[in-house]
Design a protein around this ligand. Sequence first.
Ligand SMILES: Nc1nc2c(c(=O)[nH]1)N[C@H]1C(S)=C(S)[C@@H](COP(=O)(O)O)O[C@H]1N2
Ligand SMILES: [Mo]
Length: 334
Amino acid sequence: MFIHKIDPLAPQGGRETPEKVFRSRRKWLLAAGGGALAAAAGYGIYSGLQGKDEDVIAAGLWSPEAEAKYGALYPVPRDKRFEYGRPQTAEAAAARHTNFFEFSSLKWCWKYVGPFQPDPWTLSITGLCRQPLRLDLDEFHRRFQSEMVERQYRHRCVEKWAMAVPWTGVPLAAVLQAADPLAQATHVRFTSFERPAEAPIQATKSKFPWPYTEGLTLAEAMNELPFIAVGVYGRPLLKQHGAPIRVVVPWKYGYKSAKSIVAIELVGSEPATFWNSINPSAYPFESNVDPDVPRPWDQSFERMLGSNEQRPTKKFNGYERYVAGLYPAHESRL
Ligand SMILES: Nc1nc2c(c(=O)[nH]1)N[C@H]1C(S)=C(S)[C@@H](COP(=O)(O)O)O[C@H]1N2
Ligand SMILES: [Mo]
């Protein structure tokens, strides 16, 4: 219970995590070198890790030239169908507490993202499709600019912290349609970057199966909710939120939303994923937010970043009417 206990930012300092589950995560954290950092840290540098709001945000900015260029996109129209149903999380509170294991096994990744360069960047959309695409950031923006919207989404991490943040981007379905999937495609696989020179945990000797990968069924991917985000809070994605481009899947636990992706592939079977290959029973492929599905640890409530407000967990994170049709077994119980 060591690492979570010294984590001042986790809900209840992570203390609600049962020891057994925690141990299995800790094994990996230690393997990744997080243990040494944790040992060196301790309570003494609490406030340094918290950081001032402006420092936490400044740490995630790209070069001034790139900020000016991609910042010119904003604001974009808001997709008014989506509302938080709760207060929006403060920008700095969201930026301060992030999960980005390429940079840190703890939560203050903003401290380590400095060397990371989100520009230039290339995203490929390949696999079982008629129109494979390879787009740099300019090409991505040019291609999808007219469809860009802001969506206010709830986000729920399996560690029980939650946030409500405004993403800017395009529906994943629009990106996939541009690639024109073949009938044999059944799943979509996302791959994050691999750059040990810019991401310290990738440079350490660890058993993490880099690069970070995630996936969805094609039916889930074509639902209107999954989002490819290039911005958050009306500016280009801060580095610690997965610059320059990431996935957002709001009805699933947060680890399904791969950050800083370089590839989207249409494939013909369920792809292996990062956390699932580390611990299949704790991180199943489907991973819908659901307080009733047994997990090794309690999922009945969540805590909002910043305010620490506690809320009951909602099935499908409250997006039931958009996605229940994807899961007929669930629908028949309605
Ligand atoms: N590449 C990559 N993507 C990732 C992760 C990660 O460690 N690496 N963490 C996941 C987890 S556990 C969560 S909760 C969300 C967190 O997104 P945020 O840090 O921007 O809030 O990103 C997900 N995507
Ligand atoms: Mo998470």
